[in-house]
Design a protein around this ligand. Sequence first.
Ligand code: ACO
Length: 448
Amino acid sequence: AKNVGILAMEIYFPPTCIQQEVLEAHDGASKGKYTIGLGQDCMAFCSEVEDVISMSMTAVTSLLEKYNVDPKLIGRLEVGSETVLDKSKSIKTFLMPIFEKCGNTDIEGVDSSNACYGGTAALFNCVNWVESSSWDGRYGLVVCTDSAVYAEGPARPTGGAAAIAMLIGPNAPIAFESKLRSSHMAHVYDFYKPDLASEYPVVDGKLSQTCYLMALDACYKGFCQKFEKQEGMQFSILDADYFVFHSPYNKLVQKSFSRLLFNDFTREASSIDEAAKEKLSPFSSLSNEESYQSRDLEKASQQVAKPFFETKVQPSTLIPKQVGNMYTASLYAAFASLIHNKSSTLAGQRVILFSYGSGLSATMFSLRFTEGEKPFNLSNIASIMNVSEKLKSRHEFPPEKFVELMQLMEHRYGGKDFVTTKDCSLLAPGTYYLTEVDSKYRRFYAKK
Ligand code: ACO
């Protein structure tokens, strides 16, 4: 199989959300902390009738219907998620009724999990399968689904929720440059979920920021080496049209891209002109450790990065700023934003993605666009995802109602024997929702 990659995409996020400006005031944070400090505009969350299973059902059903894909043609289904509703039964199995109905139970794959990285693991599994000798000619389907919720405190504004479905096959308009892929994996306690009775993580925010940037450096170094070996020339950020980052919040994306320019400076790469060199040379003697802590370096590299940021990163920031951290779906929601904003000009261009999951696992990899053929072409993907409309038709919650809901969800987490309000008035037609968890913890869903 040639040009294996993403043929089609669909994104779903809950219509329920809260403005960061409103949350900021309610939390007593200083004005601008969430909006400018974290760079976030709005945050989506699951109401009591939605969860990672219902969101993934909605995304998968919608993808199959809108691209007119026969469910029998799916040969592999992989789910990435870090939201635990069951320690044994995979989310993938909850999606099987969609395929069983059509007589298709011959579908490989289960769930992958490691913080925000599970979606990337699922994606690689599907791509590798299509490229392998065990491929049976059918499509792969990847689902990234998460509800990111934090306890009250500084991490709460960095939540979010979404599900993304991606159809994988050959001759894709978004194809993997398979040799250009570099990973960094290590054992750290930056963000983890050891308390099985709680949906909330234990998080060392500062450590998680540094780990993210260290993993970015390691992956970028490896990526550049692989590129140079393959292409026989040095890589710089000029060799990619776009960079898309896992986006816990927008400020970290800004810092990450600046960090790539600092890397280019230390590698003496062609993206660094004389003016940039002058700005960055005061920092050339910093140790690696020091370079993560230096405010002045951060400022200088942000200045150098700014014009590049506007063209190479900005187009991928829309959904993460509006929806928040979607964990496994976050990187792919950023990628969906790029397609939404630039679908008509992407053909022929290269995009580099950086996936990070705490704990930690990270990979940088490269994709190439071609226009593709209907229904699997870029402009059709953009119009099916219909991002503007979905963002516009949301319902903003006041903070008191949001906090009340978080408390209810805390109480319900891991619980049994309850029915929901079944109130689906805010959901779009076609959306799945949770109706009941019975005395044996079995979950029941309905479709609006
Ligand atoms: N106006 C403008 N900017 C402000 C204001 C204000 N009034 N107040 C603060 N800021 C800035 C700060 O200077 C800081 O920016 P900087 O990093 O450039 O210095 C930013 O806003 C955040 O303020 P902090 O005081 O650093 O925030 P705090 O420590 O309270 O929380 C954090 C931020 C650590 C990100 C927290 O939300 C968190 O733990 N989130 C979860 C962990 C996370 O998302 N980690 C990322 C990688 S791992 C993953 O994906 C889960």
